[in-house]
Write a protein that binds this ligand. Structure first.
Ligand code: RB5
Length: 145
């Protein structure tokens, strides 16, 4: 399973921390930038990760900005993407179990490193439950124009 990760300047500081956790969990991690904490526009990096995830079924994405809000809004514009803004282990687990989310978003200015670790842990351990949730996810995907 490959994980595409990116941030903007406001998420840059914890990007390497998140990468380390993902690598320890055995994922192949591809960092799509940025390479420095210089000011950038989050939609550019949301697009990079979302396009990769949309093209590769056996992948997921991680997007980090200040709040996670801009990244999730932008990533959800790409066909095939279900990006979820998560604040804790519970929301991360539900994003996978009920929404079959394929991109995890969080905010560096919102959550600390301990919470980030628990978010990634919950995300990685949780499978989509399917069943009654499958039809709802299908309805979401049918909203795409
Ligand atoms: C950058 O200042 C900030 O607006 C961005 O990282 C993000 O939080 C947007 O949603």
């Amino acid at each position: 399973m490959i994980c595409y990760i990116a941030s903007d300047h406001a998420g840059f500081e914890v990007k390497d921390f998140a990468k380390e956790i993902l690598l320890k969990k055995g994922y192949i991690v591809e960092d799509l930038g940025p390479k420095s904490a210089e000011r950038v526009d989050y939609p550019d990096f949301a697009e990079k990760v979302a396009m990769k995830v949309a093209q590769n079924q056996n992948s997921f994405g991680v997007l980090i900005c200040g709040t996670g809000i801009g990244m999730s809004i932008a990533a959800n514009k790409v066909k095939g993407i279900r990006a979820a803004l998560c604040h804790d282990a519970y929301t991360a687990a539900m994003a996978r179990a009920h929404n079959d989310a394929n991109i995890l978003c969080f905010g560096e200015r919102v959550v600390g490193k301990g919470v980030i670790e628990s978010i990634i842990d919950a995300w990685s351990k949780t499978e989509f439950e399917g069943g009654r949730h499958a039809g709802r996810v299908e309805k979401i995907m049918n909203l795409e124009q």
